[in-house]
Structures are given as structure tokens and as C-alpha cells.
Design a protein around this ligand. Sequence first.
Ligand code: HEC
Ligand code: HEC
Ligand code: HEC
Ligand code: HEC
Length: 156
Amino acid sequence: MSKKLLILLVTIGVALLFASTGIYAGTAPPDTMHLYEKAFKKHRKGPVAFPHKKHIEEFKLNCGECHHDANHKPLNNLKLTDDVKPCITCHKATKRVRGEKLSKKEKIKKYYEYAMHENCKSCHKAFNKKKTGKVKGPAPTSCRQCHAKKKRKKKK
Ligand code: HEC
Ligand code: HEC
Ligand code: HEC
Ligand code: HEC
């Protein structure tokens, strides 16, 4: 093996080590998350830019408004460096089943899409209503206010 190649391999190895510990050793998530769940074979909509940090710091929300455990108990004492489970861990389903009869509650429990929409939109609507008397308002409630155009490929 040439010396150059060896140096290259060592460099890659070290870089990978940093990348993996970066993920697993409690790094805070990005301030703005580009939600585009990988479990979908095919997305019908584009990614959603979600200003996570802003919701915590500016909008002063508790972690438990969105994060909960397997018994749906709010997780209010989380830290940004905790190993927080992605929503898809429990709200697993991505593909609709034709002819399925479920209540709204059952859909939210089962489907990732319903869980996300219920979480984001119900709070936004309630917030807007309180603020302006209408469902529309400063917090986004329409598809294109949240979803980017689909063509745009990946998170940036
Ligand atoms: C308040 C923000 C918000 C609004 C408004 C909103 N969505 Fe979403 N939607 C999300 C989030 C967040 C996800 C999860 C995205 C991901 O991780 O892939 C999602 C997921 C989806 C998905 C499943 C993923 C996919 O791409 O197939 C569909 C379909 C969808 N939304 C359609 C809509 C439609 C149609 C509207 C308008 C009627 C709408 N959404 C309005 C936030 C929103
Ligand atoms: C308004 C809703 C909301 C609030 C409030 C909120 N989060 Fe989140 N958080 C999310 C969503 C949505 C995700 C993306 C989860 C996913 O990818 O499925 C996320 C992701 C995370 C992640 C990364 C998980 C991962 O590895 O993907 C951490 C860590 C986290 N949140 C911690 C916190 C902490 C700590 C607080 C309170 C100080 C908090 N969150 C408040 C909605 C929220
Ligand atoms: C560890 C499993 C688990 C994780 C992770 C999880 N959920 Fe849930 N979620 C549940 C359970 C269980 C319920 C209650 C379902 C029922 O009994 O109707 C629930 C209920 C909900 C509801 C309905 C709340 C209501 O008031 O009706 C929403 C919305 C929701 N989850 C959104 C989310 C979002 C957004 C995330 C990620 C930030 C998330 N969940 C992560 C297990 C989980
Ligand atoms: C418990 C309440 C709550 C939940 C849950 C919530 N939001 Fe919000 N969101 C707010 C409030 C409050 C605002 C600020 C409205 C304003 O400008 O005063 C906001 C604003 C926003 C904005 C506009 C940010 C800006 O810079 O003006 C985006 C985008 C957004 N939310 C996305 C989401 C998405 C995506 C989710 C679900 C993953 C979500 N939110 C869940 C309360 C919530």
C-alpha cells in the first residue's frame, strides 16, 4: 500500500469516527430541522423546515408539548443532548391502507403523517384563533406554508 493511500484511509477512518460519535454522544440537533422522514418510499409532499429551537426559545413551548413516551406521557424534562426517539418510532405507518376504517384517534396513533399534522396544525390553529379570532394567522396552517416544493431534493 502506498503511503498516500494509507494516509487517506487513516484520515477517512478518523473522520468517520468523529461523525459517528458526533451522532451518538449527545450532540444537540440542528436549530432548524428539515423533516423528510426516510421511512417513506415515496413522499407526496416536499420537506418541512421546522424551526425547533425557535419553538423552544421564542415561542416558549415545553418539550412535552411534542415529545412523549410510549404511554403518551409528556416528556417535559428532556435536554437537547438526550437521545430522543423520532416520532416514526411509534407512529410508524407511512402507507395508507385502502378501505381501512379508523377513527381520527386511531389514525393519529398509527400514521406518521396524521401524528405530525395533529401536533403541528392543531396548536397553530388554536394559537391563531386566540390571537386573531381566525384559524389563519402568524402560525402556518396551509400546505405550502409548511411543505417546500417537491422537486427540491434533499435537506440543505
Ligand atoms: C404546520 C405544518 C404543516 C402543514 C400546514 C401541513 N403539513 Fe403536511 N406534514 C408536516 C410535517 C412536519 C410532516 C412530516 C414530514 C416528513 O418528515 O417527511 C408532514 C407530512 C405530510 C405528508 C406525508 C409525507 C409525504 O411527503 O408524503 C403528506 C402527504 C402531507 N404532509 C400533506 C400535507 C397537505 C396536503 C397539507 C395541506 C392540506 C399539509 N401537509 C399541511 C407539516 C405540515
Ligand atoms: C413544537 C414541537 C416540539 C417542541 C416544543 C420540542 N421538540 Fe424536539 N423535536 C420535535 C420534532 C418534530 C422533532 C423531529 C423528530 C423526528 O425526526 O421524528 C424533534 C427532535 C428532537 C431531537 C432530535 C431527535 C432525533 O435524533 O431526531 C431532540 C434531541 C429534541 N427534539 C429535544 C427537544 C427538547 C430537549 C425540547 C424541549 C427543550 C424539545 N425537543 C421541544 C418537536 C418538538
Ligand atoms: C414511544 C412512542 C411514541 C413516540 C416516540 C411518539 N409518540 Fe406520539 N403517541 C404515542 C402514543 C402511545 C399516543 C397515544 C395514542 C392513543 O392512545 O390514542 C400518542 C399520541 C400522539 C398524538 C395525539 C395527541 C392527542 O392529544 O390526541 C400526537 C399528535 C402525537 N402522538 C404526535 C407525536 C409526535 C409529533 C412525536 C414526535 C415528536 C411523537 N408523537 C412521538 C406514542 C409515541
Ligand atoms: C404547542 C404549539 C405548537 C406546536 C406543537 C407546533 N408549533 Fe409551530 N408555531 C407555534 C407558534 C406559537 C408559532 C409562532 C407564531 C408567531 O409567529 O407568533 C409557530 C410558528 C411556526 C412556524 C413559523 C416560524 C416563524 O419563523 O415565524 C413554522 C414554520 C412552524 N411553526 C412549524 C411547525 C411544525 C412543522 C410543527 C410540527 C412538527 C410545529 N410548528 C408545531 C406553536 C406550535
